[in-house]
Design a binder for this molecule. Structure first.
Ligand code: GTP
Ligand code: MG
Length: 228
C-alpha cells in the first residue's frame, strides 16, 4: 500500500498559472515557466491520452491545460502535445509538476503504426478515456488497458469517464465502474460539464490535477523502493 502523502493545496502558487488580472490560464512557451521560488524543484512527466474516437481525449487535455473546450468532435490529426504546469506541496516541499500531455487521434493511431509506439515511449501515466454515453468506448477499455503500455513500462494507469454529468444518457452504470476499479486496480476520474463557467476554471480542475500529480509522485516512491 502506498503511503499517504500530506498534500497542500498551494492556492497562492496556483495564481502564478493565470494571466495577471484574469482567471484565464496562461500558455507557457517552451522557454517559460511559472514564477515560483527558485528553491522549488520541477519534475516532468509524460502522460498519454488513449481511447476511442470522440471519447473526450482532446476535451480532457484542454480541460487540464485550461484551454477552450471543443464544443464538437473534430478528429485530432496525428499527435498533439500540451504542457501543463501544476505547483503542489508534498509534505513541506513545494514542487512544480510539468505534465507533458500527448493526445493522439484515434483514427491516426489506427492508420499509422508509428503513433502508438511514439506515445508509449517513456510514458509515466496513461489516461484511458471513455464516454459514459458511449457503451462501445467503455467495452473497449480492457483491450486498451493492455495495449496502452508494455509490461516493462510500469506506467500509472488512470481511466477517465467523460460526459459524466449527462445522467439521462448514461450507458455505463456505477456498479460496472466500481467493479472495473476493483478488478483492474485502475481508478476512474469522473469529468463532465460544459466549461461555460470560465470564472472558476481552476477550482474545477485543481482536484483532477492534484489527483494526477499525487498518483505520479506515489508511483515514483514505489519505483524507488523497488530499486533499493
Ligand atoms: N459536455 C461535455 N462534452 C464532452 C465531454 N467529453 C467530450 N465531450 C465532447 O465530445 C466530443 C468529442 O470529444 P473529443 O475530445 O474531440 O474526442 P477525442 O477523443 O479527442 O476524439 P479523436 O481526436 O477523434 O480521437 C466533443 O464535442 C466534446 O465537446 C464532457 O465531459 N462533457
Ligand atoms: Mg481528439
Amino acid at each position: 500500500m502506498a503511503p499517504e502523502w500530506p498534500i497542500g493545496e498551494s492556492k497562492t502558487y496556483q495564481q502564478k498559472l493565470l494571466i495577471p488580472g484574469t482567471n484565464k490560464r496562461k500558455l507557457f512557451g517552451i522557454l517559460e515557466k511559472p514564477n515560483l521560488p527558485p528553491s522549488a524543484p520541477s519534475v516532468t512527466y509524460k502522460i498519454f491520452m488513449f481511447g476511442k474516437a470522440s471519447s473526450g481525449k482532446t476535451w480532457t487535455m484542454n480541460r487540464l491545460s485550461g484551454q477552450e473546450l471543443p464544443s464538437q468532435h473534430i478528429e485530432t490529426a496525428g499527435i498533439q502535445c500540451s504542457n501543463v504546469y501544476w505547483p503542489m506541496k508534498i509534505g513541506n516541499r513545494l514542487i512544480l509538476f510539468r505534465l507533458e500531455i500527448w493526445d493522439a487521434g484515434d483514427s491516426s493511431v489506427k492508420r499509422y503504426n508509428h503513433i502508438l509506439p511514439a506515445c508509449r515511449e517513456g510514458v509515466d501515466a496513461v489516461l484511458l478515456c471513455f464516454s459514459v454515453i458511449d457503451r462501445e468506448s467503455w467495452t473497449e477499455l480492457p483491450r486498451l488497458l493492455s495495449s496502452a503500455t508494455q509490461p516493462a513500462d510500469r506506467a500509472a494507469k488512470i481511466a477517465v469517464a467523460t460526459r459524466y454529468d449527462q445522467f439521462s444518457h448514461r450507458e455505463v452504470t456505477e456498479a460496472e465502474m466500481e467493479s472495473f476499479e476493483a478488478v483492474h486496480g485502475v481508478p476512474i476520474l469522473k469529468l463532465g460539464g460544459t466549461g461555460d463557467d470560465h470564472s472558476d476554471e481552476l477550482t474545477h480542475t485543481a482536484p483532477i490535477l492534484n489527483f494526477l500529480c499525487k498518483r505520479l509522485w506515489q508511483r515514483d516512491q514505489e519505483l524507488l523502493s523497488v530499486k533499493q
